[in-house]
Design a protein around this ligand. Structure first.
Ligand SMILES: [Zn+2]
Length: 47
């Protein structure tokens, strides 16, 4: 199942541009939060 770029940037279940289903396990918001989580872990290890 491939997701077009237009699908990635929509928060709706269906992409308004191509009509494909956009339900993903890892939305962009969670990806960004995960990155910060890794930085926090590294910082804690250094301390
Ligand atoms: Zn799309």
């Amino acid at each position: 199942m491939k997701l077009m770029k237009c699908c990635i940037y929509t928060l709706r279940e269906k992409c308004p541009q191509c009509g494909a289903r956009t339900k993903t396990a890892h939305p962009p918001k969670f990806s960004a939060a995960d990155k910060y989580g890794k930085y926090r872990r590294i910082a804690k290890q250094k301390l």
